[in-house]
Structures are given as structure tokens and as C-alpha cells.
Design a protein around this ligand. Structure first.
Ligand SMILES: [Zn+2]
Length: 226
């Protein structure tokens, strides 16, 4: 199990906690510059108590700051009175104990340069493979998932989540490891209208990502799995 992504620049920070159990990868937009976070990592990690496992520049520069199974400090603050909406976060838990954090250089709503998109895809693909995660909207998340009020625009409308998911599914060998319980949970969520995707077993016995139609509004008839 690797803790550092091979071939990636390493600038470790002392802004790091104990061991974590990653359930997903959380993207952020910095509202600022990668050089600032690198400076924090190098010079004042215990003063500016912020860190991320990775920072990714607009030019595609990838820097890893924290081992992937140690805690970085990117999502610890929840919204008062506004509970997290991340289904894979145990109740009452600190998101930093369950999410690997990627900070992206730039500002919410600005277009993401292609080198930055390609870089975040590469980091996601490595993380999902290394951590055995299944690509879904519950594992590819933004900061808004745990702070829906204060971080509603983090990482914002230009975050290329669809492209990240497509790339992960193209690389995904982990689907075969899905259990029947995973399938049932996804189906139930789709039935309840929470999600529109699920998995099914293919003829070769592997699990496969599928779309699920929402229940029909007319007649109340549920269409079920496509
Ligand atoms: Zn954030």
C-alpha cells in the first residue's frame, strides 16, 4: 500500500493528524494560489492549520503534502445547524477522518484549464485504485457535501466531476469487488430518488455501473432498473 503517489512532487507538511479510513476523495477550489498552500506547508503548518493531501495548480502541477492514509486538515469545520449530506460519512464524524482532500488552484466558477483537469483525473485514478474505492457521486465529492451552506460553491459549477467519473469508470476494475449489499443500497437510493445510478451483475459475473430511471410521476408506477 503506497502512501505517496509515484512520480509526484512531494512537499510534506506538519499540518497532519492520525490515521484515517478514506471513503471518498473530496475536491476543493482554493480561492487562491498553489504557491500559497506550498508556503503554508513549508513555513507555518501549525500556525495556518490547513492542509490537503494534494494541491493541483492551474498548469497541472501536482504536489502531495500528506500521506493518503493520514489526516489532512481541509474539511473539519461543519456548518452549524446544517448537517453534512455525505452518505458515506458516519454520523457525527469528522470528514477529515474519511476523505482524501485535493485543493485545486483557482477560484470558484472560473474555467478549469485542461492541464489541471487532466492532473486531477490522474490523481483520482491513482487514489481510487490504491484505496479500492468504487466511482460514484458518493466517492467523488466536493466540499459542499459536508458543508452545504458555507461551502456551497466549493469546488463550484466548473468542477469537472462528470469527466472525473467517466475516467474512473473507464479504469475501474474494482467494480468486480462490489457486494450484493452495495447493489441493494444503490437500488434503494435510486428508488427513493436520491440517486439515479446503480450497479448490476453482468453475464460474466462482474458488477457493472448502470443508470436507473426515476419513478414515473404519472400513475405512481415504478419503472425499476433499466
Ligand atoms: Zn474546501
Amino acid at each position: 500500500m503506497a502512501e505517496w503517489m509515484p512520480g509526484v512532487e512531494r512537499i510534506p507538511t506538519a499540518a497532519v493528524g492520525g490515521n484515517i479510513t478514506p471513503h471518498g476523495v473530496m475536491s476543493h477550489v482554493m480561492q487562491g494560489w498553489q504557491t500559497t498552500m506550498i508556503r503554508w506547508a513549508r513555513e507555518r503548518p501549525r500556525v495556518t492549520k490547513k492542509s490537503a493531501h494534494f494541491t493541483i495548480g492551474r498548469d497541472g502541477r501536482v504536489v502531495q503534502h500528506v500521506p493518503i492514509r493520514r489526516q489532512a486538515w481541509h474539511a473539519g469545520r461543519l456548518d452549524p445547524g446544517e448537517p453534512p449530506r455525505w452518505l458515506l460519512l458516519p454520523s457525527g464524524a469528522n470528514p477529515n477522518d474519511y476523505a482524501v482532500g485535493i485543493e485545486h488552484e483557482g477560484f470558484s466558477g472560473e474555467p478549469w484549464p485542461e492541464p489541471q483537469v487532466q492532473a486531477t483525473i490522474l490523481v483520482h485514478v491513482w487514489l481510487f485504485s490504491e484505496l479500492g474505492l468504487i466511482p460514484s457521486e458518493e466517492t467523488v465529492i466536493g466540499h459542499f457535501a459536508t458543508a452545504p451552506a458555507s461551502r456551497a460553491a466549493d469546488p463550484g459549477p466548473t468542477w469537472p466531476r462528470t469527466r472525473i467519473l467517466e475516467a474512473l469508470r473507464a479504469h475501474d476494475d474494482a467494480r468486480a469487488a462490489l457486494t450484493r449489499a452495495d447493489y441493494d443500497r444503490a437500488t434503494l437510493r435510486a428508488y427513493l430518488g436520491v440517486r439515479e445510478h446503480s450497479y448490476r451483475v453482468r453475464e460474466d459475473g462482474r458488477w457493472e455501473y448502470i443508470e436507473i430511471r426515476r419513478p414515473r410521476s404519472a400513475g405512481g408506477q415504478v419503472t425499476g432498473i433499466v
